[in-house]
Write a protein that binds this ligand. Structure first.
Ligand code: SF4
Length: 194
């Protein structure tokens, strides 16, 4: 998928943001390897935009803890593929939060990339955008995540591991108590069985 790395479809959109950045797609998958896990994320943040590696930021530290994997495993593209709903950092809104992923990215690339990948054993749907696309739902994020048992163990809808969701994690203690142990078991089985 060399076309993704060269993609500049959103250049005018990004140039109009406060950061006036250029597209820097961060695809993270190995088409010829049968990754066991797919992480369907939202979009790179500024740190990932600068470093070029997905979840190479505090969100990634929390996500690896949720999954129970070390950094070497997490960034091994032959074992874990990371396909956000947009491959580039979208920029910031007026409040300094990340803008939503540009829909044109999933419309252009997502189905093609997923079709090119061998089937995975476990899919993590991080955030409402990935959940809407993969589950065809309009339900609020909390309701979707609370309904994780309807999708497990093949799919886990999750909140974004951003610090911005720390209050959500406090308000929803069942997530750490019930969802995360099941997620870690599903990750272990996906990576190590068979
Ligand atoms: S976000 Fe997606 S569609 Fe937009 S420039 Fe980046 S790779 Fe292309």
């Amino acid at each position: 998928m060399a076309g993704i790395r060269a993609c500049t479809l959103c250049a005018p959109r990004f140039a109009a943001t406060a950061s006036a950045h250029r597209p820097r797609p961060v695809p993270w998958f190995a088409p010829d390897a049968a990754a066991r896990i797919l992480i369907a994320g939202q979009a790179p943040g500024m740190q990932v935009h600068q470093k070029g590696r997905p979840f190479d930021d505090p969100s990634g530290v929390r996500l690896r803890d949720w999954m129970g994997v070390d950094a070497a495993t997490f960034w091994d593209r032959t074992r874990i593929a990371v396909l956000p709903m947009a491959f580039c950092f979208p920029g910031y809104d007026a409040q300094g939060a990340d803008l939503p992923p540009p829909p044109i990215c999933a419309a252009t690339w997502r189905a093609r990339v997923l079709a090119a990948l061998p089937p995975v054993r476990l899919t993590l749907l991080i955030g409402a955008y990935a959940q809407r696309w993969h589950l065809n739902t309009r339900a609020p994020l909390t309701a979707t995540v609370a309904g994780w048992r309807a999708h497990a163990p093949a799919i886990f809808p999750l909140p974004h591991p951003s610090w911005r969701n720390t209050a959500w994690l406090t308000r929803n203690p069942w997530f750490a108590a019930e969802t995360l142990p099941a997620l870690r078991q599903a990750v272990r089985e996906a990576l190590h069985d068979g």
